[in-house]
Design a protein around this ligand. Structure first.
Ligand SMILES: [Zn+2]
Length: 197
């Protein structure tokens, strides 16, 4: 695998259901946030013990002893990545920097490399940083209604006949954010079976 290909790791695996790249970025960013919370809570004991690890088995032991109930989020599947991170010359010195570095490196595994995962997080951080301090408190769609009305919706309905806009697609998209594709697809199928829409 060439370095160029690793950086662009997302395109190696085509998205069967056409999930756009930005959604994959958001998934990595969300997972990094979760990892940060879990690592921060456990770091006082976990951090020191981790730095003494020499092999994957040590990493697994340390997480199982010091990172409950979160150990299964990290080991055994991320043990070799964690070992690589803590042995790297780039691994930061301060606790907060270490937590951030580890969380953002691991968040994209195994789909992308540790480095690409950090780059994705840096990109998302830049996007968040550039956001307006104001929040949108109301959004309306441009709608084409069977009653003949074309134009902006009003409170999620047609202003002429009051037909409601269905949000099923947005709900399904939200469900996919923190889940693997297979689990996501299973959920979509369940929702289709039981959906009141
Ligand atoms: Zn209408």
């Amino acid at each position: 695998m060439t370095p160029k290909k690793q950086v662009d790791g997302f395109s190696e695996k085509p998205t069967k259901r056409g999930r756009p790249r930005i959604a994959q970025y958001t998934t990595v960013w969300g997972r990094a946030a979760n990892y940060k919370l879990m690592l921060s809570e456990k770091w006082p004991n976990l951090g020191n013990a981790l730095m003494r690890c020499l092999q994957e088995a040590d990493v697994i032991d340390v997480f199982e002893v010091h990172a409950q109930p979160y150990a299964r989020q990290f080991v055994p599947h991320l043990a070799s990545d964690i070992l690589e991170l803590i042995r790297s010359a780039k691994f930061p010195q301060r606790a907060n920097a270490r937590i951030k570095y580890m969380a953002e490196s691991l968040a994209g595994r195994p789909s992308v490399t540790l480095r690409t995962s950090r780059e994705v997080c840096a990109k998302l951080r830049a996007i968040e940083g550039a956001k307006s301090p104001y929040k949108i408190i109301r959004k309306e769609f441009y709608i084409v209604c069977q009653c003949g009305y074309k134009g902006p919706g009003e409170y999620n309905a047609c202003p002429k006949c009051h037909a409601q806009i269905s949000f099923i697609n947005e709900i399904l998209a939200d469900m996919g954010v923190f889940q693997g594709d297979d689990e996501w697809l299973r959920n979509v199928r369940n929702v289709r079976r039981t959906s009141p829409f």
